[in-house]
Design a protein around this ligand. Structure first.
Ligand SMILES: [Fe+2]
Ligand SMILES: [Fe+2]
Length: 236
């Protein structure tokens, strides 16, 4: 399918409308930040990078779901959901040949790819963006045991980033990539549980595990539209 058609199809899908709060309290629409963030999301929506709109939507919704189960306020939930959708915004500064490479990255290419967290942070710092937002952009590749990009450990990793990390990995596991098949929900769950306390925050992993059926249903509800035909009608 031509890229133009693909975008057109995506834009017609009712479930994957970007879920930006109508009047995000921290970013009133008329503010520069509100306008900029809206434009960033629109830009991502039309991007042909490897991060699909479906991925952004799933990471956003799953992060919001985990926030609710952690008892976070509506404001925090919506803030984390918004920046979960922007988690890889720094990839706009990564060369296309690395971003869209078919196959595994070399270690040098991976070093370049890792810069996306700094680039994203650089893009947003200085704006009136919440601390949680900046932390998600910068720290979503941290691991509980300290082996992530910046080596932060356990609760030194901001909780917002720990939430987005698990949501990001779940959807990446479910996704087909040039170098791997898509994992089933059960396989992805097993991998995530196996990384409890190494990659992932044990508390958030336990919540994920407890609500895994709802998470699978959420995934299927969004994913069904990836199989939609050109008229936006599901063919799944
Ligand atoms: Fe990332
Ligand atoms: Fe991602």
């Amino acid at each position: 399918m031509k890229r133009e058609n693909l975008i057109e199809t995506e834009l017609k899908l009712p479930l994957i409308q970007l879920n930006v709060p109508a009047t995000p309290s921290a970013y009133p629409r008329e503010s520069f930040e509100g306008h900029f963030i809206k434009k960033l999301l629109e830009g991502l929506k039309q991007s042909d990078s490897s991060e699909s709109l479906f991925h952004l939507e799933m990471v956003g919704r799953l992060s919001e779901f985990l926030c609710e189960k952690l008892g976070k306020s509506t404001r925090e939930t919506s803030e984390i959901g918004l920046f979960a959708r922007l988690h890889d915004i720094g990839k706009i500064g990564i060369p296309r040949e690395i971003l869209n490479k078919r196959g595994r990255l070399t270690s040098q290419e991976f070093d370049v790819m890792k810069k996306h967290t700094d680039i994203g942070y650089y893009l947003l710092e200085g704006l009136k963006v919440s601390q949680e937002g900046l932390e998600i952009i910068k720290y979503h590749h941290e691991k509980w045991d300290g082996t992530g990009y910046y080596g932060l450990e356990e609760e030194n990793i901001p909780q917002s980033a720990r939430i987005v990390a698990i949501a990001d990995v779940y959807d990446a596991l479910r996704m087909e990539r040039p170098y791997k098949n898509a994992f089933t929900h059960e396989e992805a769950l097993e991998i995530i549980l196996g990384d409890r306390g190494t990659h992932f925050d044990p508390e958030i992993t336990d919540i994920f595990s407890h609500y895994e059926e709802e998470i699978e249903n959420m995934y299927e509800a969004i994913n069904v539209y990836t199989k939609a035909d050109k008229n936006g009608k599901s063919v799944a």
